[in-house]
Design a protein around this ligand. Structure first.
Ligand code: NI
Ligand code: MN
Length: 226
């Protein structure tokens, strides 16, 4: 079984009752996050898709508070280690079997620098298995045709896809991404956090349902059980 909690933006907590894993922990300075004190969050693993401030977020504080392992592409993982965190270096196309399950980084079309402007390697998406479910979190990305391949080679149960436009896919591109990935359930992310990424998730949901796929708009702080 898997519990999935949405903290807004691209931040999700996955809990299989043995391990807790957070993806792109943007808590401090996130106006939409229902948890404002990062010390209230307990996790074992931290997965980072790229180095931008709204994804790296509170990763270092969380890693140190919880003695948690940061999982990221090589350059970003090195940066985490330099900052005193435990890190597991990976890269795009490579998978690894962690205690919670298998995790593999995918391509993403975006940038990746740290908040202080350093090159953080390539941005990534992530396909991971946990609690008998396979999740694809695209990270920040534009639409790309290889999503079709990711959908063919993985049985994606839960697809976490950005819809906020400007920095990532907007609604119509994200609907095409759903068609490519063919997941069991799609959940939109990376919208309405800031005025520059406005989107109506209900419009997205309607368009996804119109192509015969399931979509669920999660409230900030909501938990779904799978
Ligand atoms: Ni970004
Ligand atoms: Mn972002």
């Amino acid at each position: 079984m898997l519990k999935l909690t949405y903290l807004s933006h691209s931040t999700f907590i996955l809990d299989d009752n043995n391990y807790k894993l957070i993806i792109d922990p943007f808590i401090t300075g996130n106006p939409t996050c229902p948890i404002q004190n990062v010390n209230d969050i307990k996790v074992d693993f931290i997965v980072l898709t790229h180095g931008h401030g709204d994804h790296l977020g509170d990763a270092f504080t969380l890693a140190k508070n919880n003695d948690a392992l940061i999982i990221a592409v090589n350059e970003l993982a090195n940066y985490a280690a330099e900052n005193g965190c435990k890190a597991h270096n990976m890269h795009i196309g490579g998978g690894y079997n962690f205690p919670f399950g298998r995790l593999k980084f995918t391509i993403a079309h975006h940038g990746s620098s740290s908040p202080d402007g350093r090159y953080m390697g390539e941005p990534a998406g992530v396909v991971l298995s946990m609690g008998n479910k396979t999740i694809y979190h695209t990270g920040d990305t534009g639409l790309f045709l290889d999503m079709k391949l990711i959908g063919e080679m993985n049985n994606i149960d839960i697809f976490l896809v950005p819809i906020g436009d400007n920095f990532t896919m907007g609604i119509d591109d994200a609907v095409k991404a759903v068609e490519f990935v063919n997941p069991g359930l799609t959940i939109p992310m990376h919208y309405n956090t800031f005025p520059i990424i406005p989107a109506d998730p209900k419009e997205f949901q309607k368009k996804v349902e119109a192509i015969g796929k399931k979509c669920r708009v999660m409230e900030y702080g909501e938990t779904l059980n799978f």
